[in-house]
Design a protein around this ligand. Structure first.
Ligand code: SF4
Length: 337
């Protein structure tokens, strides 16, 4: 009898399942993340996009175990290469941060110590996590600075952060994030503090270097333009939920959630002539007063009868393009507008 050969499923680097986070305030409990699920594979860039307060940065903080009191993970799981992270003791998690998961933040000055040369910071980070002599770590620091496009790296290795431009400092931060060969880099608004011309270069460096090493990237941004430039897949977040997720090319060609369409309307286009960019009316709701049904309904131009009462289910098509909207999956008996 013939047998069908199918390739084994590829294990994701990061698997987040039904992750929920709440903050226990004096007067009430607010839900910051509500059943968030996604995977990131080796060498893949997953963009997390949404306005301030959507839950992108809380997702990043939950993945690296940095949800501070009064917040806590209330459900779900986070796995790195199959190892559960959300149940690990803080001291074990501390070793994983920096070695297997590293971070690139918006402002390089918060990641770099002004009192030490960039070389010393790279060398100390590597020696804290890897079995390297100081000499070997220095050689590797020079190579890394070269990889991220720092000119004359054998001289620049002796520079202090204030002697470098903003773009160069962010390149050093990328070198620092990659120096321990992590499985996952979390980049939180990595280019927001930079000039537009430098932004594109930094995106190119981060993407190329991670692709070369097979490092997975979770890219947190409010900018759909950065997602289009850098990400392979995108997760659109609203009020603590993922409302749409799919391959960037599919989501850009066919955005199915009205919020995604609103975010895309805010990207200027060189091809289309337009007087004004489209804006989403209203603001992100406060976590303490998330609207019933679909949380986006007060701002949605397409809201209809079930939207105020029923929470839309999250349903995927065959290509994995997933959306949570009653328009995409009509509720039985409800009339779409
Ligand atoms: Fe708009 Fe209703 Fe879809 Fe929510 S579920 S995005 S309110 S149409």
């Amino acid at each position: 009898m013939p047998t069908t050969q199918s390739s084994p499923p590829v294990e994701p680097v990061l698997a987040v399942r039904n992750l929920s986070v709440a903050f226990y305030l004096r007067r009430n409990i607010v839900t910051a993340l509500d059943n968030v699920s996604f995977d990131i594979h080796r060498g893949e860039v997953l963009g997390m996009v949404g306005e301030s307060g959507a839950g992108k940065s809380v997702t990043g903080a939950a993945v690296i175990g940095l949800i501070d009191s009064p917040g806590r993970i209330t459900g779900g799981s986070v796995e790195l290469h199959g190892q559960r992270l959300d149940t690990l003791p803080p001291e074990v998690m501390r070793r994983i941060r920096g070695r297997r998961i590293s971070m690139v933040f918006q402002d390089p000055l918060t990641s770099l110590d002004p009192l030490f040369t960039v070389g010393d910071q790279l060398i100390e980070t590597m020696r804290a996590h890897l079995d390297l002599t100081r000499r070997a770590a220095r050689d590797r620091a020079v190579d890394l600075l070269d990889d991220v496009g720092i000119p004359a790296p054998d001289r620049r290795v002796n520079s202090y952060p204030h002697e470098l431009s903003g773009g160069m400092r962010q390149r050093v931060v990328i070198a620092l994030a990659l120096c321990t060969e992590p499985d996952l880099v979390i980049a939180d608004e990595p280019t927001t503090a930079l000039d537009v011309a430098v932004q594109a270069q930094i995106i190119g460096v981060l993407k190329d270097q991670c692709a070369r090493r097979g490092t997975a990237i979770m890219l947190v941004t409010h900018d759909m333009g950065v997602i289009a430039e850098m990400a392979d897949r995108v997760a659109v977040m609203y009020a603590g939920r993922i409302v749409e997720i799919g391959r960037v090319r599919d989501v850009i060609a066919d955005p199915r959630h009205p919020y995604t369409r609103g975010l895309m309307g805010a990207i200027p286009s060189l091809d289309a002539e337009t007087d004004r960019l489209v804006q989403i009316p209203g603001t992100m709701p406060r976590l303490s007063s998330i609207p019933s049904g679909c949380a986006f309904h007060p701002r949605c131009p397409h809201a209809f009868s079930p939207c105020t009462r029923l929470r839309p289910a999250t349903i995927a098509d065959a290509a994995g393009h997933t959306v949570a909207c009653h328009l995409a999956h009509p509720v039985q008996g409800a009339q779409a507008p």
